[in-house]
Design a protein around this ligand. Structure first.
Ligand code: NAD
Length: 506
């Protein structure tokens, strides 16, 4: 297993490396080795970073550039980050256990492609929007300006550290804001490196600040800071509720991308070879640690046994192993706490009558004794009321739930507090679309899973979130509307001021 030299990383505030008394250790989940140490930012470092962001914003060093100038700098940053892609992949993979194929394609590949998408949006977004001229009560032309908010706070999880942070930093910068990022404790390295690359390629100091630290200290301060205009958060629903409360003190805008418990609905006309592979891809990719993972396979009772047998046969071919091996399909889970939590969900479900038809524990082999591993696990004998079917496990655990009618399948899919994403497997697109219409999730894939398209909004129904990221309107969430009304009536006599001043000439 490759390991980078154990190196110490500082916070990144106002273009400078800032060290702290306390530091955090970054651990490789594949073998529990120490990857790096990182300065641990506190609430007072957040205060410094917000002050730097505010000063940069008020100086207009970034906000005062034309959108085209911002777009050009952002493209230069994306190009330079692409030149450093191997280093970024290594930083990401060594801290969060993504396989090298996954980290190259999804984690870093998408992150940089999407950053370029936001640069392009800066070019095309209508920052100034003339409204139709009105003649009543007097001739006037109104113009709506979309203005940046000021300092935006971004709080990210560990599963896609760079991608999910750039979903916030990209539109925030495109719109002219300053940003303070609080990365997850496990995975600050790729974003710290990205900030250095950004400043080396034209982003002014103070516009992008990165402060790793504890959620309850640094994160909570950012979410409640009076000079932060908006909090963009991705993480668990539990912490999302906290963020809403913290942001309410100063009435901040929030976008929240939260948890999921995705249904994969297999209809009775599905192409089973496709559906079996698709359901496995939807659940076990990145060890099930994706918010939109399809963790509940909802399968016709008449096909159940055949489908499960096929799932098991294909799941046996998933190569679990060292993330930096290009032949590996699935790596570890993020840490020991999460490993224990996942195994407890499996054990509790088995105690309650479920069967682990494959997996069910730590994979066998000496290499899995170090680090944090859970075998791909498929549970049958599950009904939708069991915790394993209701709660987000965030690990490689697929539950299979039988149904008798399409209506029942949809009811099971919707019987969840979450509503992030769903998939439908069918050979009849009309039937697939009819089901998609009734499923209460922000994304529905027909005959696919994990399809993320930057041109299309992404986010959750119900307790999976508030607001949307990506899509052509992504800058709306990082700007505010200012309506400017210009009177064209030609003078006092054309105005309706007599409503108040009817006696002025008496
Ligand atoms: P988490 O909620 O534990 O932590 C997320 C971030 O919040 C971290 O940076 C953490 O330090 C910070 N934080 C923790 N407590 C805080 C507090 N009191 N105030 C402010 N910040 C605080 O989530 P996690 O375990 O790192 O990530 C996994 C979760 O993220 C899963 O629930 C997953 O579904 C969700 N997720 C959602 C999406 C989406 O787009 N909907 C994408 C990826 C992950």
């Amino acid at each position: 297993m490759t390991s980078i030299d154990v190196q110490h990383h500082a916070l990144h505030i106002d273009g400078k490396a800032v060290d702290t008394d306390e530091s955090m250790t970054i651990v490789n989940p594949a073998d529990a080795s120490v990857v790096a140490t990182v300065a641990k930012g506190t609430a007072s470092h957040i205060d410094d970073a917000v002050a730097a962001g505010k000063a940069a914003f008020e100086s207009r060093v970034w906000a005062g550039k034309t959108p085209q100038e911002r777009a050009a700098i952002m493209r230069a940053i994306a190009d330079a980050a692409n030149d450093a892609i191997e280093e970024l992949v290594e930083l990401e993979m060594s801290a969060n256990g993504a396989t090298v194929r996954q980290a190259t394609g999804f984690h870093i590949g998408y992150a940089l492609a999407h950053f370029t998408f936001f640069a392009d949006l800066a070019d095309t977004y209508q920052f100034v929007r003339p409204a139709p001229v009105v003649t009543f009560p007097a001739l006037a032309q109104s113009v709506v300006h979309r203005e940046p908010l000021g300092v935006v706070g971004a709080i990210a999880p560990w599963n896609f550290p760079l991608l999910l942070t750039l979903w916030k930093v990209g539109p925030a910068l495109a719109a002219g804001n300053s940003v303070v990022v609080k990365p997850d404790e496990h995975t600050p390295l790729s974003m710290l490196r990205f900030a250095e690359i950004a400043e080396a390629n034209g982003l002014p100091a103070g516009v992008l600040n990165v402060v790793p630290g504890d959620g309850r200290d640094a994160g909570a301060r950012l979410a409640s800071h009076p000079d932060v205009a908006k909090i963009a958060f991705t993480g668990s629903t539990q912490i999302g509720r906290e963020i809403m409360k913290l942001a309410s003190g100063t009435v901040k805008e929030v976008t929240l991308e939260l948890g999921g418990k995705g249904p994969s609905i297999v209809l009775d006309d599905a192409d089973l070879d496709l559906a079996v592979d698709g359901v496995l891809y939807g659940c076990f990719t990145y060890s099930g640690q994706i918010c939109e993972s399809g963790t509940r396979a909802i399968v016709p009772r008449s096909l159940h046994d055949d489908f499960v047998a096929r799932l098991v046969e294909r799941a046996r071919t998933i190569a679990v192993g060292a993330p930096d091996d290009w032949d590996t399909d699935m790596g570890p889970v993020i840490d020991g706490k999460q490993q224990a939590r996942i195994l407890a969900y499996i054990n509790d479900a088995v105690d309650a009558g479920a069967q682990a038809v494959i997996g069910g524990g730590v994979p066998e082999g000496e290499q899995f004794q170090r680090g944090y591993w859970v075998a791909p696990t498929i549970l049958t004998g599950v009904d939708n009321s069991m915790p394993v079917a209701r709660e987000e496990i965030f690990g490689p655990v697929l539950t299979v739930i039988p149904y008798d009618t399409d209506d029942e399948a949809i009811a099971i899919a919707n019987d969840s507090e979450y509503g992030l994403a769903a998939s439908v497997w069918t050979t009849d697109n009309g039937r697939g679309l009819a089901v998609a219409e009734q499923v209460q999730t922000g994304s529905v894939w027909i005959n696919d899973a994990h399809q993320i398209n930057a041109q299309v909004p992404f986010g959750g129904y119900k307790q999976s979130g508030v607001g949307r990221e990506l899509g052509p309107d992504a800058l709306d969430a990082y700007t505010q509307a200012k309506a400017v009304h210009v009177d064209l009536s030609g003078g006092r006599d054309a105005k309706p001021y007599d409503i108040l001043l009817s006696h002025a000439d008496d």
